[in-house]
Structures are given as structure tokens and as C-alpha cells.
Design a binder for this molecule. Structure first.
Ligand SMILES: N[C@@H](CCC(=O)N[C@@H](CS)C(=O)NCC(=O)O)C(=O)O
Length: 335
């Protein structure tokens, strides 16, 4: 692993709810970072041309010459580089289960389905075309009735996650998920999807989430917690990362110190079934969304938590194992 002193560069665009997970956490922990702002739709030459990356999802975090994909892996990296106060086993369980609830289920896709057509971006043909192949069901043509039913079911799923919080972790009236004086990673893990929908500007938030279904009379603790969190992070001024342009960011990454030497675990089931070895050419891509955007490189490391490869520009790319496929490219061994 590169050293903690290597710069962190966050590639993102501000209205990405996934990116907010990281920005809030960086600010809560007062971790210094740079930010390289990206357009909300493709192309993103700062990544595709400058760093030879095909992966299309936002956000990404560079740490020296290592590029980390996916907020699940990135939050774990930040906790390795900047260890937080130790948690009890019970607290860690809450944090991890909230992460699973919001990042490893279909909750985000359901919430995205609730984005109302009143939002300007949802009227932008370029945005709609760009996203039509991003979501798993993006290409499906639906009648207005089918769309209405599907949105109703999506609302039910979001409501279910709100009720879960109301009836479990927040049920004793605590201010923050782990108790204590302020929010922690556990709050970030739990809040971001519902915060996204409820803080859309009016009237879009009411169009997204029917106020007759999700409101402070029905879910007083959860709604108060979302508002409390929003206010807390809203005043963490002066902690914004310095903005760097793509070419400057790329130079920092390409000259950055590289880590990622975790070795290839021969006992790993995916390594074993394909007979993968260090240096083999692999293709890696996410299986839940944006799966058409695939990267190739030489395998550097593979273990139960992450896969690491080096691409043609020498960037060490890290992806989590869950939700990503690693396929050996035998016979066609050039990058
Ligand atoms: N599992 C990924 C999901 C990231 C994701 O879906 N991000 C959305 C933005 S919120 C995205 O990339 N949308 C398509 C795009 O921006 O090109 C993570 O945790 O980082």
C-alpha cells in the first residue's frame, strides 16, 4: 500500500449521491483531499484518456498511483489510512449491515426510479440516453401503467428501509446511529439514499417521495435524523477539497507511488477456477450497473477483499471483489 502522505484525489460530480458518501466522510473525518470534477454524463476524458480507464461509475479515489473504484472499497481504504476511533463488535456490525442495506441491495436502483420527471435533468435527452444503458433494467420499454406500478413498488421499498431504521436502530431516540456526540461512518452508511430523495429541491422531493407515505408523523425519528445529519454536514465549511483539473490530477496519479502488492491468493475460488497467476491479463467489470464498461490490465493482486491490476498507463486499479467479475483473458495476452 502506498503511504498515507500520498495525495488523495476524488473524481466525482456533486449531485452524485454515491459521491456524497465520500465527501461527507472526508469532511467528517477532516481528511485532506483534492477533487477533480467530472461531467455527469460520458465522455470523461480525465479518466478514459488520461488514465486509460473504461469503468464509468462515479466516484473514484486516487491515492498516489493507485486508483480505487467503488465507495465500499474507498471507505475501507480511508479507514485503513486514517483509522477511526475503535468500534465495538456490535457497532461494527451495525455499520456493516447498514452498508449492505444501502449499497448491496437494489435500494439505490429503486430510489433512482423515484426521481421525478419534474427534475430538469430528467427532461434532458442527453442525460436520459446516457443512463439508458447504465441501469440493469435501463433498456426496458414500459407502458405508463407499468411505469406507475413499478414506481409504486419502488416507493414501498424505500419506505421499508425508512421503517427499518425507525423501528430498530433509531427506536430508542438516539441522535446518531452509534449514539455519541456526532455522526460517524455508520450514519453515512445509513442515511445517503433517503437523504438524496428527501433533500431534492421542492417540489421535486414531494414528487419523488409521496409525503403521505414518508413523513415526520409516521417516521419522526428517521426524518429528524436525516435533517440533523443534513445540518451537521452542511456547516462543515472549509473542508472542501482543492479543485484540480484533469491533466494535473492525471500527472499526480501517473507520478504517484504505487502500492497494491497484496499477492494473488491461489486458494481464492475465482483464481483457482481460472488458474489465474500474477501478470496474467484480466478483464474486470461491475456486474450490477455499468457492466458494459470493462477494464483490462495485468493482474497484480487478488484476495477476498479486492482485485488489483495495472493498466497500460501503469495505473494500479483496485476494485472490490463483491459485485465485480474478474475474467482471465487467455490467448489474447496484450492489453
Ligand atoms: N457501487 C458503486 C456504485 C456507484 C454508482 O452507481 N454511481 C452512480 C452515480 S451516483 C454512477 O456512476 N452513475 C453513472 C455515471 O455517473 O456515469 C459505488 O459504491 O461506488
Amino acid at each position: 500500500m502506498a503511504t498515507q502522505q500520498e495525495p488523495l484525489i476524488l473524481y466525482h460530480y456533486p449531485f452524485s449521491p454515491y459521491a456524497r458518501r465520500l465527501i461527507w466522510y472526508l469532511k467528517l473525518r477532516n481528511i485532506p483531499y483534492y477533487q477533480c470534477l467530472q461531467p455527469p454524463i460520458l465522455p470523461r476524458p480525465d479518466l478514459s484518456s488520461h488514465l486509460s480507464l473504461n469503468y464509468r461509475r462515479i466516484p473514484l479515489l486516487a491515492h498516489g498511483g493507485d486508483l480505487y473504484l467503488d465507495t465500499r472499497l474507498i471507505l475501507n481504504l480511508l479507514d485503513t489510512l486514517f483509522p477511526p476511533a475503535p468500534l465495538t463488535a456490535e457497532q461494527k456490525t451495525i455499520e456493516q449491515l447498514l452498508s449492505v442495506l444501502t449499497t448491496s441491495t437494489n435500494l439505490f436502483f429503486k430510489a433512482a426510479e423515484l426521481l421525478p420527471s419534474s427534475l430538469p435533468v430528467m427532461k434532458d435527452p442527453k442525460f436520459l440516453k446516457d443512463r439508458s444503458t447504465f441501469f440493469p433494467a435501463g433498456g426496458e420499454k414500459k407502458t405508463p401503467e407499468e411505469r406507475g406500478l413499478s414506481r409504486a413498488e419502488a416507493l414501498l421499498e424505500v419506505q421499508n428501509s425508512v421503517r427499518l431504521l425507525e423501528e430498530t436502530i433509531l427506536s430508542d431516540g438516539r441522535e446518531w446511529v452509534l449514539g455519541g456526540e456526532g455522526p460517524t461512518r455508520s450514519d453515512v452508511e445509513g442515511v445517503w439514499v433517503i437523504h438524496w430523495l428527501l433533500t431534492l429541491p421542492k417540489p421535486h422531493s414531494d414528487n419523488a417521495v409521496d409525503p403521505a407515505i414518508i413523513n415526520k408523523e409516521r417516521y419522526p425519528r428517521t426524518i429528524a435524523w436525516v435533517n440533523r445529519f443534513d445540518q451537521f454536514v452542511g456547516v462543515l465549511e472549509g473542508r472542501e477539497g482543492k479543485v484540480v483539473k484533469g491533466p494535473e490530477a492525471a500527472e499526480m496519479v501517473l507520478k504517484g507511488k504505487r502500492g497494491g502488492d497484496i499477492g494473488v491468493d491461489e486458494a481464492d475460488p475465482v483464481v483457482k477456477v481460472q488458474g489465474l497467476k500474477k501478470g496474467d491479463v484480466v478483464e474486470v467489470f461491475p456486474t450490477d450497473s455499468g457492466s458494459a464498461f470493462r477494464d483490462r490490465g495485468r493482474l497484480v493482486g487478488m484476495g477476498e477483499r479486492e482485485v488489483v491490476w495495472e493498466n497500460e498507463k501503469g495505473v494500479r486499479v483496485h476494485a472490490p471483489r463483491l459485485g465485480f467479475r474478474v475474467v482471465g483473458v487467455k490467448g489474447k495476452a496484450s492489453l
